[in-house]
Design a binder for this molecule. Structure first.
Ligand code: 13P
Ligand code: SF4
Length: 364
């Protein structure tokens, strides 16, 4: 999806790191309690150091909802996270994304027209009252609203199992979008086998599935993926284990099932952080997730050897768009009374997306 970010004035792009740091510090002091900066674990170090709270997408959504008196929430993360924060906060609060081009390529792999079309196609084959749509947090507010309107819920990588179990308690089938890997990994974890899952390809009629297959499938998994996490492969694990037979491999559930099967543990970014922090001194751990998070884990755990499962760097290009010049620009504008880059979800979409998000918060 194209989101146009205004080019920054030279006073930001040409400023030295020291000048930017001084200006960000000054703006934060001026804004005081009116400002909360939230930062996702994948943010670069120069940015994450300014975050008042740092977390995974679930925690950041919870914190946004809890800070209902904070006037400005600057979201150092990606567009769908800022949208969720807007849905969960009041109309008096402004959610600001420092760079509007910080999207998520996975979230863009499912749009509302495609999902509505898939739903209509499913309705021709099965009773959609028995199909529960579940969207991963990594999706637009319009998709969250769709699941809210159709009896479904949102999930994140830290609560997908609880949400999918809930869904199968109220229906026979789940349409899960946009990440096929999180859906598949969670379904396997719940004890289902590959016969109960099929990929729904939005580029093909009826998802590329025949009627009999649609009827017999429990998990219809949207053909979407994360370009960062799908880079990890079983060969990376084999290589690491041959070098460090006692070493442990921890990966994010957006990795393919072949990787998850061979990893020692799989968890959301927050869970990975907890596991690495709790590991014994001297532990050797290969982590399969975004490189800025892995580098930070290595830095914050100097008594352990923490390395990236993929020796070649795999940053999330869209998370990387948030930088100090953009942060300084939005903060100084706030000081001057201008709210720039506010993320506002249409009220009707927001109403239904809020129902889907609140369902998630209630279930977990
Ligand atoms: P978390 O839900 O673990 O924060 O992951 C979000 C994300 O974008 C992972 O790629
Ligand atoms: Fe999206 Fe993948 Fe980046 Fe996460 S790491 S924000 S899923 S592109």
């Amino acid at each position: 999806m194209l989101r146009l970010q205004t080019p920054l004035p030279d006073s930001y792009t040409l400023a030295t790191p020291e000048e930017l740091a001084a200006r960000i510090t000054a703006a934060r002091e001026t804004l005081g309690g009116d400002l909360l900066i939230l930062g996702h674990h994948y943010q670069r170090p120069e940015v994450i150091r300014w975050a008042d709270l740092r977390g995974d997408s679930f925690k950041l959504a919870q914190w946004a909802a809890e800070h209902d008196k904070t006037k400005y929430i600057v979201f150092c993360g990606v567009h769908f996270m800022a949208e969720s924060a807007d849905v969960l906060t009041t109309d008096e609060q402004a959610i600001i994304l420092p760079d509007l081009n910080a999207g998520c390529s996975m979230a863009d792999m499912a749009n509302i027209d495609q999902v509505e079309e898939a739903w209509a196609e499913l309705a021709r084959v099965v009773d959609v009252e028995r199909v529960v749509p579940i969207t991963y947090m990594n999706s637009s507010a319009a998709l969250k609203a769709f699941v809210g309107q159709h009896g479904g819920a949102v999930c994140t990588s830290s609560n997908a199992e609880a949400i999918l179990s809930w869904a199968l308690g109220k229906g026979d089938k789940v349409l899960f979008f946009p990440d096929q890997h999180l859906g598949r990994n969670t379904a396997f974890k719940m004890g289902f086998n590959s016969d109960s899952m099929n990929v729904w390809n939005p580029q093909r009629d009826t998802g590329g599935l025949d009627d009999a297959t649609i009827k017999s499938t429990t998990f219809l998994l949207w053909k979407g993926h994360c370009t960062v996490h799908q880079r990890f492969n079983p060969e990376h694990i084999a290589k690491f284990k041959s070098q460090y037979p006692e070493g442990e491999v921890i990966v994010h559930p957006e990795c393919s099932h072949e990787v998850v099967e061979q990893a020692d543990r799989t968890g959301s970014t927050e869970r990975i952080l907890e596991w690495v922090t709790a590991a014994d001194p001297g532990s050797v751990i290969a982590v399969g997730t975004e490189i800025h998070m892995v580098a930070r884990l290595a830095e914050e755990n100097p008594d352990k050897t923490i390395i990236s499962l993929d020796p070649l760097i795999c940053p999330c290009a869209t998370m990387f768009r948030i930088d100090e010049p953009h942060l300084a620009w939005v903060l100084e504008n706030l000081v001057n009374g201008n709210v720039v880059n506010q993320i506002t979800v249409d009220p009707e979409i927001s109403k239904w997306a809020s129902i889907a998000l609140e369902r998630m918060l209630e279930i977990t």
